[in-house]
Write a protein that binds this ligand. Structure first.
Ligand code: ADP
Length: 271
C-alpha cells in the first residue's frame, strides 16, 4: 500500500528498536488508511441505493404515458421516501465527520435524567404508533460533563432503536441511575433482540443485523456508531447485551460530575 516502507531491524541496538517502532507506526497508518477507505466506499454504496431507486421510479413514470393517478401518487411518494432516506444518511454521515474532526466543544454540567426524559417525550408518538410503551425512571442529581445536544443524541438513538426493533405490545424501559462515581443510562426492550455473535459488531459503521428490517424502519446503520463515538468523546463507555427474557439491553456509563470540583480559577466560563 501507500505506507509500504519497512526497515529491516539489524540487531538489538537502538537503531533496531527505532526500526521496530517505525514499522509499528507504519502498520497503524495502514490500518487507519484502510478504515478511511472502507468508510468512504461503504458510504458511497449507502448513498447509491436510494439514488438508484429514485432513477428507476422516475424512469417508470416518464416511460408510462397513461399511468393512472393513484399509481403515479404511489411512485411519487416512494421517491419522497427515498429522498428522506438520503437526507437521514447525509445527516448521520455529517454527524460522524464532525465527531472525527472537531474538538468536543464547550461542555456543561448536564442533568442526565432530564435529557433522557426529553428524548423519550420526543419519541412517544413514534412508540404509540408502533404499539410500544416506554417506561422511564430517572434518579435526580445524576450530572455529567457533556453537551446537551450530544447527550440528547445518545439517548434518542438508543430509545429510538428500542422502539424500532420491538414488537407491537412490546415495551421499552429507560433509566438513569448512579453507581458510585458513575452515571448509568440503561435502555432495555422486549424486542427482537440481537444474536450473540452480532453484539460486538452493532457499533460498527453501517452494520445491521437484518438489512431489510433496518431499511423498512428507516435505519442508516450509523445510529449506534454515532452513539459510541459520542459517548467516548465525553469519557464514557457503552455496551450491548442480550436482555434476560428476550430483547436487548444497552448500557452507557459516564463519570459522575459532583459539581464541588468546579473548573479552576480563570478556566471557568470561557468561550
Ligand atoms: P440502524 O439505522 O440500522 O438502526 P444502528 O446503528 O442504530 O443502525 O443499529 C445497528 C443495528 O443494530 C440495527 O440495524 C439492528 O440490527 C441492531 N439493533 C440496534 N438496536 C437494537 C435493539 N434495541 N434491538 C435489536 N436490534 C437492534
Amino acid at each position: 500500500g501507500e505506507y509500504g516502507h519497512r526497515l529491516q531491524p539489524a540487531g538489538r541496538d537502538e537503531m533496531a528498536q527505532l526500526a521496530q517502532e517505525f514499522n509499528r507506526l507504519t502498520d497503524r497508518l495502514q490500518t487507519t488508511e484502510e478504515v478511511r477507505r472502507r468508510f468512504v466506499s461503504d458510504a458511497s454504496h449507502e448513498l447509491k441505493t436510494p439514488l438508484a431507486s429514485i432513477r428507476l421510479l422516475t424512469d417508470s413514470i416518464l416511460q408510462n404515458q397513461q399511468m393512472d393517478q393513484e399509481t403515479l401518487r404511489d411512485f411519487v411518494k416512494d421517491i419522497g421516501d427515498e429522498a428522506e432516506r438520503l437526507t437521514r444518511i447525509t445527516e448521520h454521515l455529517l454527524a460522524l465527520t464532525r465527531l472525527d474532526s472537531l474538538p468536543a466543544g464547550k461542555t456543561d454540567r448536564v442533568d442526565t435524567g432530564a435529557v433522557l426524559e426529553r428524548a423519550v417525550n420526543m419519541l412517544l408518538p413514534v412508540a404509540d404508533a408502533a404499539g410500544v410503551t416506554i417506561r422511564t425512571s430517572v434518579k435526580p442529581e445524576c450530572n455529567i460533563r457533556c453537551t446537551q445536544d450530544d447527550l440528547y443524541q445518545i439517548c434518542y438513538n438508543l430509545v429510538e432503536n428500542a422502539v424500532k426493533y420491538n414488537y407491537p405490545q412490546g415495551s421499552v424501559s429507560a433509566s438513569v441511575t448512579r453507581d458510585g462515581e458513575q452515571v448509568l443510562i440503561e435502555v432495555s426492550d422486549t424486542g427482537i433482540g440481537i444474536p450473540e455473535e452480532d453484539l460486538p459488531k452493532v457499533f460498527n459503521r453501517f452494520y445491521r443485523v437484518d438489512k431489510a428490517r433496518s431499511r423498512a424502519a428507516g435505519g442508516t446503520g450509523l445510529g449506534l456508531s454515532i452513539v459510541r463515538d459520542t459517548v467516548r468523546r465525553h469519557g464514557g463507555w457503552v455496551t450491548a447485551r442480550a436482555r434476560p427474557g428476550g430483547g436487548s439491553l444497552f448500557t452507557v456509563g459516564f463519570p459522575l460530575d459532583r459539581g464541588e470540583l468546579e473548573a479552576p480559577e480563570g478556566e471557568a466560563e470561557k468561550g
